[in-house]
Design a protein around this ligand. Structure first.
Ligand code: SF4
Ligand code: SF4
Length: 275
């Protein structure tokens, strides 16, 4: 069995069905200093997709991506296992894992690898799972040919149907998800945009209206089905320890933005009742 087959087996075992190997020359590097620091002599990137949609249609006020435990934990675990696995096969090589904070423009690099297309909403719309996916990568100084690197394809675009922009509370001038995560007070315009998302954390509107997401498959990864918080209430938040909160994707900014957003929706509900 060659290295490529072994690598395919690694991903298959973990039910990660979208992955690719690219020579570094085909990756879109946006942070050369980070690349040099963490992965000197890099020649190859191993890219993989972690879909998070559970297919559940439960009531929620937390963005779909943040309802499970913090996805960074899964990326870190997968990167560690992948690096260890490859190290055992290529003892002389070095490996560095990334996800979110990456030396690449991840979306364009993954699109170049044929793993999806770039949406006008700024997201990578993957082949099987739509845009409901996290991206991770391990970079190595090993020869790309050894790992079965494939050629790139030109990044295709989306349908340019405009549905995402029409649904966006700011019409893409800014992002209400960012507002919901800001610390401190929100301006009137920011409050209005957060209320339109219907969520106390994040925003899914430009994803849920996208026709390319219509047939997005549910995630095969157990991580996204465990320990979920789809509806956050003040009581639920008050009961969470600092440590618990930090282990959630919606907890990295602390309690204050969540309490403020919960109060915002509460006030809006009271106003509605008065009318
Ligand atoms: S996440 Fe929401 S606010 Fe942000 S760009 Fe998409 S639709 Fe607009
Ligand atoms: S909603 Fe339409 S324009 Fe927006 S990303 Fe999807 S296909 Fe592209």
């Amino acid at each position: 069995m060659d290295l490529k087959d072994r690598l395919d087996g690694f991903f298959e075992e973990r039910r990660i069905f979208l992955h690719a190997v690219l020579p570094l020359s085909d990756c879109i590097v946006t942070d050369a200093a980070l690349l040099e620091k963490e992965a000197p002599g890099a020649r190859t990137a191993i890219l993989y997709v972690l879909p998070y949609l559970t297919g559940r249609t439960e009531e929620h006020n937390i963005s779909l991506y943040a309802q499970s435990g913090d996805y960074h934990l899964l990326i870190r675990k997968t990167n560690g296992e992948l690096a260890d696995f490859l190290q055992s096969l290529l003892p002389g090589a070095s490996f560095a894992g990334f996800g979110d904070r990456s030396p690449f423009d991840e979306r364009r690099t993954f699109a170049s690898a044929g793993l999806g297309v770039l949406g006008d909403n700024g997201l990578l719309i993957t082949k099987r799972y739509g845009s409901f996916a996290f991206l991770g990568e391990v970079i190595t100084d090993a020869d790309p040919a050894l790992l079965g690197a494939a050629g790139t394809s030109s990044p295709a675009g989306c349908l340019h149907c405009g549905a995402c922009k029409s649904a966006c509370p700011t019409h893409f001038e800014d992002c209400a998800s960012g507002y919901s995560q800001k610390k401190g007070e929100l301006t009137g315009k920011e409050k209005e945009a957060v209320l339109k998302t219907g969520l106390v954390w994040g925003c899914d509107l430009c994803q849920t209206v996208c026709p390319l997401n219509r047939n997005a498959e549910a995630s095969p990864l157990p991580f996204f089905y465990e320990d979920r918080v789809a509806v956050l209430t003040k009581a639920r938040l008050d009961a969470m320890s600092r440590k618990e909160l930090r282990a959630r994707a919606f907890g990295w900014r602390g309690r204050q933005p969540l309490l403020r957003n919960l109060a915002l929706f509460e006030d809006a509900k009271k106003e509605e009742k008065k009318v």
